[in-house]
Ligand binder design. Structure first.
Ligand code: DX5
Ligand code: ZN
Length: 214
């Protein structure tokens, strides 16, 4: 599988967001990672529908929306209508409504991503393998960019990829948080094929940063 870079706009300069997204696109990124933080599921508040609506008009990138919110099922249709391509939510937020949320995302015409926090074991994903189109393993505590990669994540990536392989699934495996040129080969070798990068893309020269990660 070739590796997909998904720049996280949480690290962008919102004063010149449109220009930076164009540069991301020109540099060859295919996804754009869109971190929605509600201040409840995670301690920070980021952005929501108006930002998605305004950038959707001018970008052909695949919108990889990461909902770090409680009760994500409430907003599935709204994010789908605004142009999300993948809607990823947290198992810890959806709980027993996880399968229902996956089904609602599919019904809304989007791909469904399922994410777990660092402390949640990979085994919690097992009932949903084959149902979710993408698994997102948080490699930092969700809510903030610019954190350090949690080294124990590498084993979780390896374990998740082997669970998928054992089921004959080539589900996308996305990693998110603290990924840099210094550790991207480790996470790729462990089985990740979609790489979220915020500070590693938006701090400094965007074009050079994306090329260095590819
Ligand atoms: C954290 C977000 C991540 C974050 C990544 O809650 O889900 O997507 O923006 O930023 P970096 O790459 O700087 O860790
Ligand atoms: Zn994210």
């Amino acid at each position: 599988m070739d590796v997909i870079i998904s720049p996280s706009i949480l690290a962008a300069d919102f004063n010149i967001l449109g220009r930076q997204i164009q540069e991301v696109e020109r540099a060859g990124a295919r996804y754009l990672h869109f971190d929605v933080c509600d201040g409840v599921f995670v301690p920070s508040i980021s952005f929501g529908m108006p930002v998605l609506a305004s950038i959707r008009k001018n970008s052909g990138l695949l919108f990889d929306v990461h909902l770090m919110i409680v009760e994500p099922i409430r907003y599935v249709e709204e994010f789908a209508d605004l142009g999300a391509d993948i809607i990823t939510f947290h198992l810890e937020a959806a709980g027993e409504r996880t399968m229902e949320t996956i089904e609602r995302i599919h019904k809304a015409g989007c791909k469904a991503g399922l994410s777990i926090k660092p402390a949640t074991p990979v085994s919690a994903l097992e009932p949903y393998l084959g149902k979710a189109d993408m698994i997102l393993l948080m490699t930092v505590e969700p809510g903030f960019g610019g954190q350090k990669y949690i080294p124990s994540s590498t084993e979780k990536i390896r374990k998740t990829r082997s669970l998928l392989r054992a089921r004959g699934l080539d589900t996308d495996l996305e990693v998110d948080g603290g990924i840099t040129t210094g550790n991207i080969s480790v996470v790729k070798e462990a089985g990740a094929n979609v790489i979220v990068a915020g500070s590693a893309v938006f701090r400094g020269d965007i074009t050079e940063n994306i090329k260095a990660l590819m």
